[in-house]
Design a protein around this ligand. Structure first.
Ligand SMILES: NC(=O)C1=CN([C@@H]2O[C@H](COP(=O)(O)OP(=O)(O)OC[C@H]3O[C@@H](n4cnc5c(N)ncnc54)[C@H](OP(=O)(O)O)[C@@H]3O)[C@@H](O)[C@H]2O)C=CC1
Ligand SMILES: O=C([O-])CC(=O)C(=O)O
Length: 408
């Protein structure tokens, strides 16, 4: 969906100029919900005992609920004392021990996403199988000495990890394996996003912004949204920004310009091989693409297919799906949501919300037919997960030739 963002930065109120204490928390699954999190202010005795490995890590400090550098007081330097810090932003990330997160978390902590005056708390969601790896991630975050990173928590219960989250970057999802039906992936991952939607609904900030990355991201975003009725629907986004970036790159290559000259790029439809990269409305150097690239056949065939299948080609080369460029596209998506969009430009996201929808979008038969095909796929996915969205019994009749970008 194309949108122009008119919103001002999400948080603008300066926080008091007091030193903040950094902390690394281990968030544990608790029997009752919503749970009290283990923090510097919460009584640790309310939590179950941490796993042995973590208890050992925590031993060096007097405060059992944190360890290492995050347990020390963050002292403002003299030059920082004059600065207006924004209040801490709580960012929850699922699949935090995975490949995409391994790039993303360090970008978030560095300040390149929310800005150099925005302190950040990272709340990392893993699972029983990944909790050790998650500790490793937290240790690397410690070792990176990011001055803006004031809190890190890790845990396996979304009802705990998502508490007060203002951003939820939902990355963790099972990738499709050989011989697996797409409908099975929809169901397995759908369960994850149904549970996480309920958890967000219960414990996150009422204005949490949710970006769903785990595939199939559009339908997972729908499931998440339907399970979180207390959070505005406009706050849910499916990550199609990677496709948008891929499309800009291909147009720039063809036109022989650097990619900053490509604007107004839209991705319509599903994040799959039916997606529609919109060359009709996109511009190069402010001019319609079709005026600059006169080869319509290339645009309709090669360009469109290249973008649709870019993920799959990359998997063939790398042996795994895009991780670094996906992390970059998540950063781009967040920035587009918190910063004003450059005059005349727009961005696309699988969502509907804190931004103004573009009204004057050109349409032709080619675009319309492709969009309807992708829409049919999305509607089929929707019927397939009806049991997870509260819309009755599921009925799976997915069109046979549709695939995730990574499937060839
Ligand atoms: N929208 C987009 O543009 C893109 C989306 N993606 C999607 O993002 C997701 C994450 O990718 P990436 O970080 O590279 O993947 P990884 O395999 O590196 O990590 C995925 C994480 O998902 C979690 N997970 C949840 N349920 C399962 C399960 N049943 N089986 C296995 N893992 C599970 C695991 O964490 P834990 O054990 O902690 O739960 C794991 O660490 C995938 O769904 C991928 O298809 C990838 C690229 C682009
Ligand atoms: O298809 C995949 O597995 C990963 C993905 O979404 C992409 O690269 O666009």
């Amino acid at each position: 969906m194309a949108a122009i963002d008119l919103s001002s930065p999400a948080r603008s109120s300066p926080a008091p100029l007091s030193p903040r204490r950094g902390s690394l928390h281990l968030l544990l699954r608790r029997p009752r919900r919503p749970s009290v999190r283990c923090s510097l202010d919460a009584a640790p005795k309310q939590a179950q005992g941490p796993p042995a490995a973590v208890a050992a890590e925590e031993a060096p400090t007097a405060r059992k609920e944190c360890y290492g550098v995050f347990c020390t007081t963050y002292d403002l330097r003299a030059d920082e004392k004059t600065k207006s810090w924004k209040s801490l932003v709580n960012v929850a990330v699922s699949g935090a021990a995975g490949m995409i997160s391994n790039h993303l978390l360090f970008k978030l902590a560095s300040g390149e996403v929310f800005g150099p005056d925005q302190p950040i708390a990272l709340k990392l969601l893993g699972s029983e199988r990944s909790i050790q790896a998650l500790e490793g991630v937290a240790m690397e975050l410690e070792d990176s000495l990011y001055p803006l990173l004031r809190e890190v928590s890790i845990g396996i219960d979304p009802y705990v990890v998502f508490e007060d989250a203002e951003w939820a970057l939902l990355i963790g999802a099972k990738p499709r394996g050989p011989g697996m039906e797409r409908s099975a992936l929809l169901d397995i991952n759908g369960q994850i996003f149904a549970e996480q939607g309920k958890a967000l609904n219960s414990v996150a900030s009422r204005n949490v912004k949710v970006i769903v990355v785990g595939n199939p991201c559009n339908t997972n975003a729908l499931i998440c949204l339907k399970n979180a009725p207390n959070i505005p629907a406009k706050n849910f986004h499916a990550l199609t920004r990677l496709d948008e970036n891929r499309a800009k790159c291909q147009l720039a290559l063809k036109a022989g310009v650097f990619y900053d000259k490509v604007s107004n790029m839209t991705i319509w439809g599903n994040h799959s091989t039916t997606q529609v990269p919109d060359f009709l409305n996109a511009k190069i150097n402010g001019r319609p693409v079709k005026e600059v690239i006169k080869d319509t056949k290339w645009l309709e065939d090669e360009f469109t297919k290249t973008v649709q299948k870019r993920g799959g080609v990359l998997i063939q080369k790398w042996g795994r799906s895009s991780a670094a460029s996906t992390a970059v596209s998540i950063v781009d998506a967040i920035r587009s949501l918190v910063n004003p969009t450059p005059e005349g430009d727009w961005f696309s996201t699988g969502g509907d919300g804190d931004y103004e929808l573009v009204k004057d979008v050109a349409m032709d038969d080619f675009l319309w037919e492709r969009i309807k095909k992708s829409e049919a796929e999305l509607l089929a996915e929707k019927r397939c997960v009806a049991h997870l969205t509260g819309e009755g019994n599921a009925f799976c009749d997915l069109p046979g030739d549709t695939m995730l970008p990574g499937e060839m």
